[in-house]
Each structure stands twice: as C-alpha cells, then as structure tokens.
Design a protein around this ligand. Structure first.
Ligand SMILES: *Cc1c(COP(=O)(O)O)cnc(C)c1O
Length: 359
C-alpha cells in the first residue's frame, strides 16, 4: 500500500530524492565515504555546499544583492536572530496572523522594542481574513516589518506582494519554493527546512547584503548574519547532511521545471481539496478563500466525535498524520511540494466515502 504522509513538519520528502540519498548513502561520489562523514572544509563537501547555494539562487531568481546562509536553530532560531541582528535599539513592526507570527513576537520582545498588531478579522461570512497591506500600520523609521506569509497551524496564507517603508522580513518556513515570489520585494526571508526544503536541523536565510552591516559583534556568533555570510555558513560545523539533502531537493525541483511548474501543481492540489470541503456539508474550513493556504489545509468534521474514527480509517488507507494541530483541533492536511497529486486524490476519495458512510 502506498503511504501518503500529510505531516506538517518534519514533512514528506520527494520519493526520488530519498531513493538517490539511499543509493549514495555509504559511498558518495566514489569517495568510499558518506557525505555525512566528510569534513565540511574539504573540497568535495564545499562543492556540495556551493551547488546547494547555486541551485537555490536559481530557483528563487536571486540577484547578487542577496546572500544565502544556511544556519542552525530552525525557524525559532530566526525568531531570535532577526531582532538580535536587525533591531539596533530601534523599534520593529510585527504583524500577527496566527500562531507562528505570534510566537515570533514573543521571542523578539526579549531583545527590544516591538510594536505588534493583529491583522486578521472575521468577515461577514465569519471566516478569518487578513487585512490588506495598506491597512497595516507601520511606524515611521521602523527598523523592519516582520510577518508570516503562510501560517502553518492556522492554514492562512497571504498572497499580496509586500511594499512597506521599511525593510521587509518574512518567515517563509512553510511556503518557500511553493509559488513564484519576487524576492526583490523582501529584505530578509528565512525558513526552517523541514517543511518544503529538507530534513530538520538547518534553516535557510536569504538576506539583502546591505542589511549585513547591522549585525553587531556582540551577538552570539552562530546567530550573527554578517559572520555567517563572511564564513560561507561555516563559522562552525554546519548541518552538513541536511544541507546535502536540501541540495537534492533543490535539484529535484529544478529538474521538474522549477517553482513555476511546482506552483501550478500546488494550485491544482489545493483546489481539489478545498473543493471537496466546500462541496460537502460534513467538512468545513473557516478561512476566507483569498487567504486559504495552499500548503496547509485545516478542516473540521461536522461531528468532532467522529475525529478519532476518521483518523483511524484514514490510516488504514495509508493516509497518515492528518490530525490537526492541538490548538486548532480537527484535521490538517499538509500538501507541500513533495506531496504528489495522487495523494490528494486518494484523500478526497476517502473523505467522500467517510462522509457517505458516517455523515
Ligand atoms: C515550523 C515553523 C516554524 C518553527 O520552526 P522550528 O524549526 O521548529 O523552530 C516557524 N515558523 C513557521 C511558519 C513554521 O511553519
């Protein structure tokens, strides 16, 4: 039986990538060693690292004005690194749309002045909707604006292109590489790898070079953007195997036509699932259509007493990790790049059958 893993993170990796990693697990490139056994300073590994950076630059269409950094500490590490590096005794604007942007505020407040504003509201249909950027209040001389374009827990995504009178910082942990995005509209983006890039243990930071000047020597070395950039992400030992796997994922995406081709597929997958939810009286999703996440689809059953049975029966069909986040409840299907459309089709068929027999 084919298993489709809908976990929100760490999430499913592409089958082709896993097979390749398995093939070269103990003997990488005829070295007789695993990639994870190579020194991060040897020329073979540096080549892997450089190729990972080059492939990501190609996928994101990055100009030379930006640096790519691979760092430790996951997405939450960046919740601290961003204010530590960029605040410089100023005030930053944080905008909340769900649990991750809220957690980013709590961390940033440890390091200085943070203005924060909740920018979601309930619309006339009682759906959660995000205000347009023009209605977000950015203070004069703000050190930067921080927001989360895709709220992994709440299933809320912002598709609008940012343009603020301050540097724009975005937590792209669960949406990076899922759709085309002009990175020139951002000054810093970051993403923990374990949603759409690779295994946990590494996070990707893309930073506009002119922001590097803000990093003070006094902040912890492994969170310092300037130091990390100057050392090619190798001030200390980076998560070498995780970076290698990320490189395989980047190359897999490039082979399949890059972000543009992937976006088409992601739109098709999300439409299929939301349509199944909207067409039924048994399943519901409470996010306004223009803010529905393409990556994380939360939904509730009309009768929550059936949740357990739904999960049990789904698992018997090979549909795993559909339980919703503990603070939202219900179900959540995470359908990142690595989830093939067949997985979504199988889920939709199962949902229809479950509704027919229990609805
Ligand atoms: C998963 C996630 C994080 C946290 O990542 P960790 O690597 O567990 O620290 C932060 N932001 C978003 C949007 C996420 O999806």
């Amino acid at each position: 039986m084919t298993v489709y893993n809908f976990c929100a993170g760490p999430a499913k990796l592409p089958d082709e990538v896993m097979i390749k990693a398995q093939q070269e697990f103990r003997d990488w490139n005829n070295t007789g060693c695993s990639v994870m056994e190579l020194s991060h300073r040897c020329k073979e590994y540096i080549a892997v690292y450089d190729a990972a950076v080059a492939s990501l630059k190609k996928l994101l269409n990055l100009s030379d004005e930006y640096s790519v950094l691979f760092m430790h500490g996951g997405g939450r590490g960046q919740f601290a690194a961003v204010p530590m590096n960029l605040l410089n005794n100023g005030t930053a604007n944080y905008f909340q749309t769900g649990s991750w942007s809220k957690a980013a505020v709590a961390e940033a407040q440890k390091f200085g002045n943070i203005e924060n504003e909740i920018v979601t509201f309930n619309n006339e249909l009682d759906q959660t909707q995000v205000k347009e950027f023009k209605d977000w209040n950015v203070k004069d001389n703000s050190a930067y604006v921080h927001y989360c374009p895709n709220e992994t827990v709440d299933g809320i995504e912002i598709f609008e292109t940012p343009s603020f009178d301050a540097p724009v910082v975005a937590d792209l942990s669960s949406t990076i590489l899922s759709r085309t995005m002009d990175i020139n509209n951002f000054d810093l983006i970051y993403a923990g790898a374990q949603k759409n890039i690779g295994p946990s243990g590494v996070s990707v930071v893309v930073i506009k070079n002119e922001l590097l000047a803000r990093s003070d020597d006094k902040i912890p070395a492994i969170l310092n953007y300037k130091l990390t950039a100057e050392n090619g992400s190798m001030f200390n030992t980076p998560p070498t195997y995780a970076i290698y796997l990320a490189k395989l994922v980047f190359d897999w995406l490039l082979d399949k036509g890059g972000v543009e081709a992937q976006e088409k597929l992601n739109i098709a997958k999300a439409e299929l699932l939301y349509k199944a939810i909207d067409d039924s009286n048994f399943y519901s999703n409470k996010v306004a259509p223009q803010n529905r996440s393409r990556m994380n689809v939360p939904f509730h059953l009309a009768n929550p007493e059936l949740d357990k049975l739904f999960l049990q029966q789904a698992e018997l069909q090979g549909l795993v990790a559909l339980k919703g986040h503990r603070i939202v409840g219900g179900m959540r299907a995470s359908i990142y790049n690595a989830m093939p459309i067949e997985g979504v089709q199988t889920l939709v068929e199962f949902m229809k059958e479950f509704e027919r027999t229990h609805g």
